[in-house]
Design a protein around this ligand. Sequence first.
Ligand SMILES: Nc1nc2c(ncn2[C@@H]2O[C@H](COP(=O)(O)O[C@H]3[C@@H](O)[C@H](n4cnc5c(=O)[nH]c(N)nc54)O[C@@H]3COP(=O)(O)O)[C@@H](O)[C@H]2O)c(=O)[nH]1
Length: 819
Amino acid sequence: MAFLSIEQKCTLLDRITRAADLHALLDLLGEEIDKLGLVDGYIVNLCDAAGENLCSLKIRLPFEFRYLDKTYLGYKTSLKSDITNTNMRAFHGRGIARLNTEEGPDSERPMLARWKVAECAALPILSQAQPQLAPIGTLLLMKQGGSMDAHVFETIGELAALFLAPMRAALGTAFLQEFHERFQRAASEHARALDFVIEINNLTALESVFDKFAGDVFRQLAFEYIGFYLLEDNVLKNKMVAAADPRRREIGDSLAAYLSDKPYALHSLAGGVPHAFLKNASLMFHDVQELMHIPMSEMDTQSLRILQTPRTLLVLPIRYQGKPIGSLSFFSVTQPVAVPESDLQLLEKLSAFLGTAIINCRNFAVNQAQNAELERLATHDVLTGLPNRALLRDRLQQGLARWSRQGQKATIAFVDLDHFKDINDTLGHSAGDRALVSITNRLRDCLRQSDTVARYGGDEFVLILEDPDNNGSHEMVLQRVLAALCEPIRDLAQEFTLSCSIGYCRYPDDGEDVDTLLNAADVAMYQAKQLGRSNIQYYSPDMRVAAGKRLTLEGKLRHAAENNELVLHYQPKADIKSGRIVGVEALVRWQNPELGMVSPGVFIPIAEESGLIVPIGDWILRTACAQALAWQQAGLHIPVAVNLSAKQFQAPGIAARVRDTLEATGLDPHYLELELTESMSMGNPEKSIDIMQSFKALGITLTIDDFGTGYSNLSYLQRFPLDKLKLDQSFVRDMTHSPEALAISQAVLAVAHSLHLKVVAEGVETLEQLQLLAKSNCEEMQGYYFSRPLPAEDCTRFLSEKRRLSLQETVPFKTGATH
Ligand SMILES: Nc1nc2c(ncn2[C@@H]2O[C@H](COP(=O)(O)O[C@H]3[C@@H](O)[C@H](n4cnc5c(=O)[nH]c(N)nc54)O[C@@H]3COP(=O)(O)O)[C@@H](O)[C@H]2O)c(=O)[nH]1
């Protein structure tokens, strides 16, 4: 039975034959279905060229949803997919397939509610005359009020049949054309995507990456906002909300502000953002009602309110190597956005590129942080955090350029802590470290922000003081530094007071380059040390001359022992009461072919500072022991006293070295006396006691030299295993005319005697001094009055002649020796 009249069919066929292409045919078919007024909506699905998918090519949704017609255009369903699907049932079954509350699969029923229709029905588009040919597609019909009857299907089926042949022909052409267009589109999309990938991968800041991504998406799709969320500490944090129109930023900004301190927890699927992340799949919502189908959190409800209820919302996971690392939300507030399958695929691709770019940025940030740390380690001192030598030089170099441009003056100062080693020796290295940190803080407090303090070495600091006003304020600052570093350090196990020696020079007066200035300040600091420490010295060129001389001496001294330039002189010591010679003191001399005789008062301090005293000291000990043994073998049983310098005393294994020397030379230890100074033993008294006990265990006699010149802790003195004290020659020199010197000498004698120690007076030059010492019960004496230090040969003669000291007027022993 025909439902369309002949005239209708003829008119229609005429229009069909004049239709230009497949789209014109589809439009015509739609127009005719509309005219019939039998259904509220329809979708024309046609097979694609490969015969693999049904493709929605013409859509007319029920009236209130027509704005979405374009959104679903191009939607593909695989012909191999779910055969219970209404379209598939019609296509494969070649008959009508219904979907309503009673018929059709449950999975499709939400579609009825979504489009507010009572029934959907799919008709295959096929030829009744040639049933062996496969359908070319389906026609999905929608009815809102009530169901569709046979009349509807037959009328629309008859209409569709008229279109079958021309559509089949047009399909071939259309698919060829579509294939061509798709190829071209793909090529240009490919090129665009490549540009995008290159550009986005070159970015190193997350914000720029988001901006770039948003810019590209906004150019291609009608979304108004994009929210970026990244996984951090097991929550999704909003990183940015980008707006397509800068004039409408407020909504995006409000959302970003709201989300700034509210991350999405990932323990539930509530909300599109966590949903897409957890499911690693995209979600598309065309209205709020659809959105309501997934669980919502309070945060989502509030976000939607801020977004004034978006018309379209699409959420995608951001993936890196297939795994989600965040989510992206695209939304539009003013108008719905159609997102055909091809655009969705494009977005998914872009979001994968975005994922790679995000990881690049993170790796870049980690590398930056690592590089910064390496840079910091290379330029800063680890303990104090102060600039190290390398950075100091760099800062000084930059300063020089600036000062010369601005005609400005500056001060470069070397600050060296006095006796810092004592803290390490007494309280250990961690206390030493704490002291250095405390010193650093004091230095920082003394300086202005524009000044520099750097750690130059162990206990050496360098200050760069800027002087933009040329007002000489540097002197005040250096005084402040000296005072601050002399304050006691209280946060150690025991209170410790340090001092410092400061040397400084001025730019440009004393030098105009880094090395000259640092060297000048160093030379001045050395001078400050020489002048008794705890003072400030301004550089003068004379100091450099002296320092140069000192360097020359050090260079020559280095080879003195191997060149046989060192020689020992021996100064006899006598018992004051009996007048007998009770020992000799070995005193080193340096006879250099170029410099002549160099006084030990000059070269011993240089040997001490340069560390040369250790090998030189070994030579002295060996030579003195060998000489004492030679005297014994000649029948002169006389003990020899050897001075031990502080460096030697503190050198590891000193007791073992002395023992080895005694063994090597064969001298009985009872014929060796070691002279130690007060200051070297008081620096770290406990350690000194250990070393002294090792000496005593060998049978060596121990004497404290120069007693009275240093600062002695009497309680320690009591614990030292000593035999003698040597009264310093300064007291002996003055005792005859200075009541104070006499009083100190007598006090020293009293202390020594109360500790059962003998006293040796040194530097005795006159009979008067000798008599005074005898009256004060001093046991031994040494000095020019009895004998100057003598070369070994002369001393042998002196000992052989068995000279005796007399308390009466005598003629002192004279030799060719200078001292
Ligand atoms: N570590 C070592 N230090 C040594 C050694 N030899 C010397 N020194 C130290 O060098 C300083 C100067 O020594 P020197 O010029 O040898 O002076 C000694 C005596 O010559 C001098 N002296 C002795 N009697 C008199 C005197 O009557 N008047 C006078 N003006 N000077 C006199 O005193 C110095 C004695 O030194 P000491 O007993 O050690 O205090 C000096 O500090 C030496 O210690 C060495 O081998 N190793």
